[in-house]
Design a binder for this molecule. Structure first.
Ligand SMILES: [Zn+2]
Length: 335
């Protein structure tokens, strides 16, 4: 089902007005968001999977979600099977260039040629890489290791060029997985010290468990950042905000399709599931309120976690835009 700005409801507005507008600063850098156009998909592929979104779609959404805020983006392409990666990267970058204060990571698959990646970085202005587990050479998207979808040759190039890598960790336990933790220690401390990692989704911790298990080791690794995109459970956020350096945490929304729906990523024990209320016949007989956008659930969790971790106003500014401005060389306030 395609997501539209018209889906924004009065109960979303109420949460913004009463809970979020005092929390979200005047400046927002969304370090995890996707562009998509179906023209880059092979006809045979699952082409209804994602909604089309260009930069103006993202800007319109930002205007609706955080009205009056100056917003820029670190854009990721949309990893999909059957995607023409070259055409998709080219189109996305063309859109991202419409805003000089937005940045983009190049979508990479193990099949991408090193020379093409290097040329794109040096000449086109991509600042990093976006690998994804669905391209794993093992064919197992759930249990693959980092090098299965981001081969060592590409890691070497990223190290040489000092690139960012937005990493959605695979394996059942995400950041708590021993292979992942050992790989990250090996890569950050020894083998690829110049790569700057953004561990997406609170280091892929949608429940309390992985980040609670991993935080003490992750905190000791250099060149690790996090984005908080799509995590709607407050517990992993509390662990991250209390246990990590606030200067290493970035805001991200994972819009459009992954979080601008009504529902959340519900944690149930150590399992979690995407719950889009439009897919269920839920009644809510005991309440007046109605489910809100998942991205607002995420912002509410961020707010509560910041309170519990006793973050200062400065920490919150850092989270929403200052860390990104420093790391990606973004100038806000240009008009
Ligand atoms: Zn994403």
């Amino acid at each position: 089902m395609s997501i539209s700005l018209d889906d924004y409801q009065s109960h979303d507005q109420q949460i913004w007005d009463e809970e979020l507008q005092d929390f979200v600063p005047d400046r927002v850098f969304d370090a995890h968001i996707h562009l998509f156009h179906h023209a880059h998909l092979a006809v045979s592929s699952d082409s209804h999977a994602w909604s089309d979104a260009d930069l103006s779609t993202l800007q319109q959404w930002a205007h609706r979600l955080y009205p009056g805020r100056e917003t820029h983006f670190l854009v990721l392409g949309t990893p999909t099977i059957g995607l023409d990666v070259t055409a998709h990267n080219r189109w996305c970058l063309e859109k991202v260039r419409q805003d000089p204060q937005s940045r983009m990571n190049r979508l990479v698959t193990p099949q991408c040629q090193l020379a093409d990646i290097e040329r794109d970085i040096r000449e086109q202005g991509f600042i990093g890489l976006k690998p994804y587990r669905i391209y794993s050479v093992t064919g197992d998207i759930a249990q693959c290791r980092i090098h299965d979808f981001l081969p060592h040759t590409q890691l070497e190039l990223a190290n040489q060029l000092g690139l960012w890598v937005t990493m959605h960790l695979s394996r059942f336990h995400g950041c708590a997985d021993e292979f992942n933790l050992n790989d990250l220690e090996e890569f950050t401390q020894r083998r690829y010290p110049n790569i700057k990692w953004i561990l997406a989704h609170c280091a892929r911790s949608f429940t309390y468990w992985p980040i609670r298990h991993a935080i003490d080791r992750l905190r000791d690794m250099p060149n690790i950042w996090y984005d908080v995109s799509a995590v709607t459970d407050v517990r992993p956020m509390i662990t991250l905000f209390s246990g990590e350096n606030p200067q290493r945490i970035l805001y991200g929304s994972d819009g459009v399709d992954a979080t601008y729906f009504h529902g959340q990523y519900a944690a149930m024990g150590r399992a979690w599931q995407y719950v889009d209320i439009d897919r269920f016949n839920l009644k809510f007989p005991h309440c007046d309120g109605r489910p809100i956008l998942a991205v607002y659930e995420q912002l509410l969790s961020m707010k509560h976690a910041a309170e519990i971790a006793e973050w200062s106003k400065d920490n919150i500014q850092d989270l929403f835009w200052r860390n990104a401005a420093r790391e990606f060389n973004i100038t806000f306030g240009q008009g």
